[in-house]
Ligand binder design. Sequence first.
Ligand SMILES: [Zn+2]
Length: 360
Amino acid sequence: MVDLGTRVRRVAAAGVAVGAMITIPLAVGGRAAQGAAASGKLSHRFVKAADGVYHAISTIGSLASNSQVIINDEDVVLVDTPTTPRQAKLLLADIKTLTAKPIRTVVNTHFHFDHTHGNEVFAPTADIIGSEYARQTIVAGVLQNRTARSVIDPVAPRIEDMKKQLAAETDAAKKASLQDQIAVQEEYLAGLAEAHPTAPTKTLKDGERVTLKRANREIQIISVGRAHTGGDLVVYLPTERIVCTGDFLTSGTPYMTDSYPQQWADALEILRKLDFETVLPGHGDLFTGKANIDATQAYLRDVWKQAGDLKKKGVAVADAAKQIDMTPHSKEYPNIKAPGLAPLFVNRMYELMEGKDQLR
Ligand SMILES: [Zn+2]
């Protein structure tokens, strides 16, 4: 697979990117979607992981989160929903090319808007299962969350910048490219503006497990507690030896703005104990095996220790962000080329060390 860091860097180079794990769709709806629909192409690529189990990745230039589609004897379970309702409608239409069975259950792996903002499209006919924490944060206002703001707030200024570039550009091809990028970003903001954040209707407390029994398979929903957020879930198919991990385990470096790095590393032991072969992550292509558990734990424990050491020395967040050196992990994460860490991540660790725990 293309590792997440590479993908994010490429988007950053295009002037679109933001943080590590949450990225702005390059095309959601709009011309790209109309083009896809007109040509009969799907807006998602379905990678079959087992009979009736698909990893859904957007194909219309989007770097939004993935979903997983689990088709049972009579119904469909969907894991995570797209970043905007517009994109969720496209996903729903694409799923209809796989099966006519109804989506009766949606699982949110965590509260971040790029995994929950499509909930409203499925809510009329589906139970939405998430952690109690996810419900609380979405009800409190998921778009006020700083992770969401760090992604969304730069979009409008970016559009203005591109409009200025467009006015000064004389090359026809570059003009067309800029116009496309502007349209995509405006489409994205419009999609967000019309969203109605919709919280889970059935919730799990930390450590709780729920098993959905279907005639043809068993689906376990496991709360791993504090990790990438204050309440993460994984979806485990024991017979197929597949686990859907959201942002709890990906092949990219951990995105930490709302995380609990120490507890995250520990919670990965819950995952390790499961008998699985295939991981369907919230971003990026599927992968196999448990090596990414080791890599993620090592990264989290190291970054936490480095941040702690710097804090003890009285080093301010901005300086610590320059000094933290994760290059020893570059074998596992080739996107790490030089020392330095996102200040938002350092800020998060400092506030946890100070006994604060803020999402806003
Ligand atoms: Zn996330």
